[in-house]
Design a protein around this ligand. Structure first.
Ligand code: PLP
Length: 462
């Protein structure tokens, strides 16, 4: 069980060997286990098409993770490439500071306002999910300064949340191992319990568990003081922290408590947005919440270009857009806020989602994927299979009854992912978890093939 995972080393072709060497010697990969990296280097993914990606040797894999929860419309969409090329050729970049703008940024902002819940009509652009969350907190603090409540600064987040890795976004993140030996801005963030139905106290019903989580929020507000708390941030379904679906009614109740205490509710829809749960935005359509702010990235451009956005309510915008201070300037933003090429990619991406009925496909195929995946529950190491629609996860355990975890050195998630990759499927290992978050164009035939591969992979790992 603990033997190292051996991958095929790129020795067949000189070109590939040279690329592999350059990568190994010079590219600091994000979220990398250097003990494996030094030993094995990387897999070079060079080509893609629809639901498939290909490595440098021409091995073809079904993409089970949509790149990184983001290639929602699938790979190799020439029309997105063309829209980007057209925009880059016409006007690749110009500032959006100082009342300058560009056509794709304006069109996209209006389109997002049309798609989002009715009160979210204003868009602040950034370059990805972390930056969107970071920029949001800066705007929220500014907002409370402007309305004469300068002590409202603390942000409530949750253990095991993932909100990114800029300094502030990493501080919002509640996955402890992600911040190991890093510093965090603890004076700004308080973490509440995550909603983990699988690991809730054994004798607690789902309803009682939900009550306990809401009570924890109320007690925390009581302890810290509503006057010191600016916002609560939550992923509608917690992603990297374990694809955790909260108990029924959880989000709406948390939002009600926030509202009663003048605490803003921020939905981090970086993963759940743009179709993954069958709707452009999950907050209102699936979870019956009306966030003050929704953050998006990833599926917004299906990963064809870096882009993030903060969708802001009319009420907040009124304050942000009322001139004050030196020159009445809202002094925040990025060189690439509203980047024309990224916005052109996002517009074409949204057009494809609408034209091809991709949200309908997720609503139709998602429950089938869930049902089929759950047939794998009999495997020795499978403790839980959970999630919703195209956002799913297998939790591997040492013992199904006690739910005890396997030792970290067992690398169970890595091993299952390795077995799957040998069989032509890429899924994502995160510790003892295996995440399945595919492009939103899988159909039932693909689901059947994927479940067969996972069945064999889990059998080979047990
Ligand atoms: N928020 C959530 C919910 C995410 O899952 C991620 C990335 O996975 C981020 C924020 C950070 O996005 P990015 O990696 O684009 O900075």
């Amino acid at each position: 069980m603990n033997a190292p995972i051996s991958r095929s080393h790129p020795s067949q072709s000189e070109d590939v060997q040279s690329l592999w060497q350059k990568d190994r010697d010079h590219f600091i990969h994000p979220f990398t286990d250097f003990s494996l990296f030094h030993e094995q280097g990387c897999d070079l993914i060079t080509d893609s098409d629809g639901i498939y990606v290909e490595d440098a040797y021409g091995h073809r894999y079904i993409d089970g993770i949509a790149g990184l929860w983001c290639v929602n419309v699938g790979h190799g969409r020439g029309e997105i490439g063309q829209a980007m090329a057209d925009q880059a050729t016409r006007m690749a970049y110009f500032s959006t500071f100082n009342n300058l703008s560009n056509a794709p940024a304006a069109e996209l902002a209006a389109k997002l306002a049309e798609l989002a819940p009715a009160h979210l009509n204003h868009v602040f652009y950034s370059c990805g999910g972390s930056a969107a969350n970071d920029a949001t907190i800066r705007l929220v603090h500014y907002y409370f300064n402007r309305v004469g409540k300068p002590h409202k600064k603390r942000i409530l987040s949750r253990n095991n949340a993932y909100h990114g890795t800029t300094y502030l976004a990493a501080s919002l993140t509640g996955i402890k191992s992600n911040n190991w030996d890093f510093d965090t801005l603890d004076h700004l963030v308080t973490h509440l319990s995550e909603a983990n139905l699988y690991r809730r106290p054994e004798d607690m019903s789902e309803a009682d568990y939900c009550d306990s989580l809401v009570s924890e929020l109320e007690e925390t507000i009581e302890r810290i003081g509503a006057d010191n708390i600016a916002a609560f941030i939550a992923e509608p379904i917690m992603g990297a922290g374990g694809v955790l679906v909260a108990p029924d009614g959880y989000h709406a109740r948390m939002q009600a408590v926030c509202r009663a205490n003048d605490i803003l509710y921020i939905a981090d829809e970086v993963v759940t947005g743009f179709g993954r749960l069958g709707h452009f935005f999950a907050s209102e359509a699936v979870f019956d919440t009306q966030p003050d702010i929704i953050n998006v990235a990833k599926g917004l451009s299906s990963g064809y270009a870096p882009l993030g956005a903060t969708l802001i309510s009319d009420e907040l915008y009124e304050v942000l857009s009322t001139p004050q201070g030196p020159g009445g300037v809202l002094s925040t933003g990025f060189t690439y806020s509203g980047h024309p090429v990224s916005c052109a990619a996002a517009l074409k991406n949204i057009e494809i989602i609408e034209r091809e009925g991709i949200c309908d496909n997720v609503r139709e195929t998602g429950p089938y994927l869930e049902r089929r995946l759950k047939t794998l529950a009999h495997h020795e190491t499978v403790g839980d299979i959970r999630g919703s629609h195209f956002m799913l996860c297998i939790e591997n355990v040492a013992d199904k009854t006690s739910k005890a975890l396997l030792p970290v050195e067992a690398r169970v998630g890595d091993r299952v992912a390795f077995e799957a990759q040998q069989r032509g499927l890429i899924i994502r290992p995160v510790g003892h978890l295996n995440i399945v978050s595919p492009p939103l164009i899988w159909d039932r035939d693909v689901v059947d093939r994927v479940v067969d591969i996972l069945d064999e992979s889990l059998a080979a790992t047990s």
